[in-house]
Each structure stands twice: as C-alpha cells, then as structure tokens.
Design a protein around this ligand. Structure first.
Ligand SMILES: CC(C)(COP(=O)(O)OP(=O)(O)OC[C@H]1O[C@@H](n2cnc3c(N)ncnc32)[C@H](O)[C@@H]1OP(=O)(O)O)[C@@H](O)C(=O)NCCC(=O)NCCS
Length: 192
C-alpha cells in the first residue's frame, strides 16, 4: 500500500527501517510513552515490530511515513481495527454508553495511530498525511468510525485530532483519565 501527499509518502515497512523506527519512536521515552506500552530490549522490540509490521499483507496496521524529497523515515502512521475478540474495557464512548467498540464485525471501528520522531514535530507532517488517511480510511477501507483513545495530557495528539476534525470527549473507562477523539462521518443509518 502507498499513500502520497505533497511532501510525504506512506509505505510498507521493510527490514531496512527497523533501526531507524526504533530510534525515532521507541528509544525516545517522550515519544514512546505517549503511544506504546511495548516492553523489552531493543532487539526484542525490533523483532516484534518486524513480525507484526513488515509485509503484513493488509491495508491496516502501522506503515512507514517518509519524506518524499529525501526518503528519510519520520515515523509511523496507520489504522488499527478494533476487533470483537479484543478486550476493549479501556475504551468507553461517552456519546455511546453501553456500546462495545469493535463489537460488531459489520461495523468497522478503527484507531488512527501515529508517532513521529521528535525532531520532525512542528512541520505539519502528521496533519498533512492524517487528512489524506482519514479520507482513505472512509472511502477505500470502508471504516465507519475512527476512535482514538489518548491520555488527557497529550496536547499534541489532541491538537492533531482537532485539526483533523475529530470530536473530543471523555473516555468513560479510562484510568488515569483519558479522552477520546471521534470521527464518525461515515455511519450507516442503522447504527447510532
Ligand atoms: C502526535 C504527533 C504526531 C503530533 O505532531 P505535531 O508535529 O504536533 O503535528 P503536525 O505534524 O500536524 O504539526 C503541527 C505543527 O506544525 C506546525 N506547522 C509548521 N509547518 C506547517 C505546515 N506546513 N502545515 C501545517 N502545520 C505546520 C503547526 O503550526 C503545528 O505547530 P504547533 O503545534 O506548535 O502549533 C507527535 O506529537 C507525536 O508523535 N507524539 C508522540 C506519539 C503520540 O502521542 N501518538 C499518539 C498517541 S495517542
């Protein structure tokens, strides 16, 4: 899968990206703690990342975000679908009480995941690709609702979601307190 914007390309990860993606989004605790609970040595984290995200044969999952001009890896983005067999007790929608996120296989709910190396923040890269991915998710992947659960103090992620048009509300299940960003512009009339 390849998605392009003016300055950026989103493509599949390859083995050549492993050291760089580790340095960008796992070795820096400011970035890692905001998006991933993955534990382990660098080798363990890289091995798990390779098993999950290199050649996954799916349009879902984490993809490599690169600058078109230089080919430099700046981070990762992608959709992660919430599945009915997943423990979703950490994510409860204030606007849809009682609804189990991902609980209906015919109703596609996904998270838009993103993490950029800190030196690449402040350039509008996540907004630029995020806008394109939201359109891609709704039209090509047929996603019905995008839901991001984040910590209440993640101002940059919340700012990005606001720029992308997400509605921000409380995460009713979250401890410590969290918020949800929700984009539900593609809901079939049979769903609330
Ligand atoms: C969330 C994250 C991707 C946001 O990065 P970001 O750089 O703030 O967002 P963008 O790439 O959209 O850039 C927007 C910033 O670039 C600036 N900018 C510069 N040039 C720009 C341009 N051409 N177009 C748009 N914005 C531009 C904007 O003014 C804005 O700056 P500001 O926040 O100081 O006002 C990043 O902080 C991150 O990776 N965080 C750690 C991981 C994480 O939290 N993931 C989510 C877990 S839920």
């Amino acid at each position: 899968m390849i998605v392009e914007t003016e300055r950026l390309q989103l493509r599949e990860f390859s083995a050549d990206d492993l050291d760089s993606i580790y340095e960008l989004v796992y070795a820096d605790s400011v970035v890692k703690d905001a998006w991933s609970g993955r534990q382990g040595t660098p080798e363990e984290i890289k091995r798990a990342f390779a098993e999950e995200w290199i050649a996954p044969d799916s349009e879902y999952g984490l993809k490599a975000l690169v600058l078109k001009e230089t080919g430099s890896l700046v981070g990762l983005m992608g959709f992660q679908r919430h599945m009915s067999d997943e423990d979703m007790s950490w994510l409860a929608l204030e606007s849809h009480p009682g609804h189990k996120v991902g609980g209906d296989p015919a109703f596609i709910e996904a998270e838009l995941t993103y993490a950029l190396g800190r030196s690449y923040w402040g350039n509008g890269y996540a907004t630029e690709m995020g806008e394109k991915l939201v359109e891609f998710g709704f039209t090509s992947l047929g996603i019905h609702r995008i839901i991001n659960g984040v910590r209440s103090n993640n101002d940059r992620s919340i700012g990005l979601m606001r720029r992308l048009g997400f509605r921000i509300e409380e995460n009713n299940a979250s401890t410590p307190p969290g918020i949800n960003g929700i984009l539900d512009t593609n809901i079939p009339s049979v769903y609330p």
